[in-house]
Write a protein that binds this ligand. Sequence first.
Ligand SMILES: *Cc1c(COP(=O)(O)O)cnc(C)c1O
Length: 469
Amino acid sequence: MKKASLLSKLPSVDEIINHGRINEIVEDIPRTLITEKIRKTIEKYRKELLALKDDNIKEVKIDTETIVDEVLISCKKFMEMNLKEVINGTGVVLHTNLGRSILADELKEEIWAVASGYSTLEIDVETGKRGSRYSHVVELIRFITGAEDALVVNNNAAAVMLVLSTLGKDKEVIVSRGELVEIGGSFRIPDVMEQSGAKLVDVGATNKTHLWDYENAIGENTAALMKVHTSNYRILGFTEEISLKDMVELGKRRNIPVIEDLGSGVLIDLKKYGLTYEPTVQDSVAAGTDIVTFSGDKLLGGPQAGIIIGKKQFIDKMKKNPLTRAFRIDKLTIAALEATLRCYLREDYAVSTLPTLKMITEGVISINDRAEKLLEMITDLDLNMKIEIHDDYSQIGGGALPLEKLPTKVLKIKANNISTAQLEERLRHYEKPIFTRIQDDILIIDIRTIKERDFKAICDGLRNGVLSK
Ligand SMILES: *Cc1c(COP(=O)(O)O)cnc(C)c1O
């Protein structure tokens, strides 16, 4: 058959719209949406046909029922929530693409109450006059960190931008070359610096920066010394960076504020839980740093936010910067942040309640218990696959503690009837998508980042994966 005659066989939009099975959905799905999906589907077929070589044309069949099926699937998919919960079997605790830190179930009520009802967001209950949306968290942050004052914006990138724009605009900020990091592929310290209007003065060499490098760079126009915690990579070997304490001393001596971008902002000493020491926010404040910034959704374990703490005189200036209004956080964020910070009033409660902390401090014995339980459930299904528990390592992710390898237990799965790549894809396309990884052609599910409430869905996903055609 000729291409032209096949093309003429393609149904028209009207033909499909009057199809019986399409008629059944017109009550639930906007007509304009259905028409658009029909047009797109027909167009897809037309393009495929046009792209085909004449020799291959014979194999092509134009089938109205298949087109209707496709339209129904794409309409149904459009009507469902696109942003939805998934199962994280990757073992990366702070997985930026899967939403970074997840919130504790215990905070549900506090957050929903503020979301679904009017709230004290910007009202002073005592006087009935206008209040500040930051007031709900400032006292808590001060109490937990020891800082004089605090301000919260949308994320740490915004926090750094606000700090630099307020203190450094049209002036110079001195940073070590070894600390000019890129975060998440789009946020580079030199670029943020430029956007903020501050002039970057980079000092030292990539691997070594000495105190005298900073000292020599200080001039009339110096607005601040800045330290960036290179949380997402490490330069190992012949290196030297000056301590925060030395930098603060230099700042004091020359009357220049010291800024630290801590990145992850951990509020508890992880060494106590067998992990590598990561500088805490409290240590940074205690060292006398004038301004410290960190994320709300990395090791802190709260919602996306950028927290700025430090000396009141500087925070006051930031509050007057118009960028603060542009970076203003929403009430949902404040509610989630306040509820998360409240957990820190008792450290053991924070560690046992906040999922991020719970997951990174979970011991391998307890992970193994869960692995065995899940293995048993899967084995009971008698699926056509090989499955075993193995030792492996999880990662913290989110740019925190990049070298830390957390001993964990994983399920290693090899299906007999489909390839590992196919199984991985089917799990990812499951109604509650399951994210796994492949290593040496074997599917790996890390139990550390999996909740017990997801076991059933994993079983169903695997069954569906190996059974469906
Ligand atoms: C993660 C990180 C940022 C960016 O924080 P966001 O909250 O993702 O905007 C900035 N600086 C450092 C050092 C970081 O690690």
